[in-house]
Design a protein around this ligand. Structure first.
Ligand SMILES: COc1ccc(/C=N/Nc2[nH]nc(C)c2C(=O)Nc2cccc(NC(C)=O)c2)cc1
Length: 291
């Protein structure tokens, strides 16, 4: 569609959905089409303070060009002298993180379905030369129909391929209120090569898929520890174990083991995740799964 010039006049704003690091998110409805969206407000002085305007612009270019059922759509943006408004797809069920905290852990069917959806979304992003850099339950939103995962936060590859670690928590992802998962504090999902701040490539997302799959099934990430340095050490040593529990199958552990591998070249490649026996057996092909 031609780049329409949006403004606040096009929307009726509803309840706040929550707050991000750089501003709040509101439920909103486009007046003419009655289409419901999420309107994210970002304050310019926050962006300028961290010198992130160019990165925000690039991320907006990228995200508006991504069009995949499991990647949250960015329909457009507009702004005034102190705020930037992002017109984002609305995911009715909010953060997957909330479901995870409520239920403790997911069933193998749910976990496999979400991992399959996320793998497809990431394969699509990689085809578009985009690496997601911040996959964690807070950044994964659930839709009301098919419970499929919507990837909320995307970033450009180039910067990372030269190994320049950017401001990690750009703050687009929604800020969950829980203390454990404070944005800057959560290192649980960083791959070893990111922790060592070496250049990293697409394979980080495979590692993170292993971390997520573990957390979906056990309710906590594999390298969780009391302090950041403790977590660093455990990641570098790939030091994790499977608590004895009846609800996690051997195949699930096999998939996690094939992803939590220190050498990025030896990790199960993303496209192979959807062909893994555990996924074939448990994932709901339509990306939906009843709770
Ligand atoms: C607090 O309970 C909630 C239940 C559902 C929602 C749904 N959010 N849906 C969204 N669709 N597109 C975007 C962007 C969002 C969004 O940012 N949600 C959001 C923002 C801030 C906090 C939360 N927190 C939770 C628990 O979902 C969600 C938001 C809050």
């Amino acid at each position: 569609p031609p780049q329409k010039q949006w403004s606040m006049q096009n929307f009726e704003v509803g309840r706040p959905l929550g707050k991000g690091k750089f501003g709040r998110v509101y439920l909103a409805r486009e007046k003419k089409s009655k289409y419901v969206v999420a309107l994210k407000v970002i304050f310019r002085q926050q962006i300028e303070k961290y010198n992130l305007l160019h990165q925000l612009r690039r991320e907006m270019e990228i995200q508006s060009n991504l069009n995949h059922p499991n990647v949250l759509r960015l329909f457009g943006w507009f702004g005034d002298d102190e705020r930037i408004f992002l017109i984002l797809e609305y995911a009715h069920r909010g953060e997957l993180y909330r479901l995870l905290r409520k239920t403790g852990h997911l069933t193998e069917k749910q976990a496999a379905t979400y991992i399959a959806s996320l793998s497809k979304a990431l394969v699509y992003c990689h085809e578009k030369h985009v690496i997601h850099r911040d996959i964690k339950p807070e950044n994964l939103l659930l839709d009301h129909e098919s419970y499929y995962i919507l990837l909320v936060v995307i970033v450009q590859t180039e910067d990372f391929l030269q190994g320049r670690l950017k401001v990690a928590d750009f703050g687009w992802s929604v800020q969950s209120r829980s203390k454990r998962h404070t944005m800057c504090g959560t290192l649980d999902y960083l791959a070893p090569e990111m922790v060592e701040n070496r250049g990293h490539d697409y394979a980080v997302d495979n590692w993170t898929m292993g971390v997520l799959c573990y957390e979906f099934l056990y309710g906590a990430p594999p390298f969780e520890a009391e302090t950041q340095s403790e977590t660093f050490k455990r990641i570098m040593k790939v030091d994790y174990s499977f608590p004895p529990t009846p609800h996690v199958s051997v195949e699930a552990k096999n998939l996690i083991r094939s992803l939590l591998v220190k050498d990025p070249s030896k990790r199960l490649p993303l496209p192979k995740i959807v062909q893994h026996p555990w996924i074939i057996k448990n994932a709901d092909p339509a990306g939906t799964c009843s709770e």
